[in-house]
Ligand binder design. Sequence first.
Ligand SMILES: [Zn+2]
Ligand SMILES: [Zn+2]
Length: 173
Amino acid sequence: MHVDIVPVGDVGPAVKREASTVLREVYECDVTVHDSQAVPDDSYDESREQYRAEEFIDLAKRVGAGGKNIAITPKDLFYHRRNYVFGLAYLGGSGSVISTYRLHTSSDGGFSQRSAEDIFSDRVRTEVVHEVGHTLGLEHCDKNHCVMNFSPTVREVDQKNEALCGSCSRDVL
Ligand SMILES: [Zn+2]
Ligand SMILES: [Zn+2]
């Protein structure tokens, strides 16, 4: 498998590096990082002041060179009636997206011994693995520590491992 990471907007080198590394580790796949793309013009919703996640998936599919292509963006994404999403993917599709916008908050307790930067990096890694997992056909998993567990807030993101649980991993690896 080859995953192409498609940065959309201003994505820092550390985010690209974390995403590439974790995808290689978890899925044992080839990973490339595409040239940065401009944010799609028509993806912005003025009334919400947020961006439509679907358009980023379409862009990743259109320009990506991989069998799976994941857009990474600093923009705040929404999908249908959900207030925001950390990411989005269609089950078994070739494209997905994650947003780093809401992964920066370090207000959740319990991690005081760790830097905000480390917490942010872990969240990026977890969410990238999660969305690519959906494109491999994995649905949400009810195990709290599995990367495929659903995470409505960063609190759940922080509880997860960046790896698939035994049964999820049997389904894809
Ligand atoms: Zn999900
Ligand atoms: Zn699982």
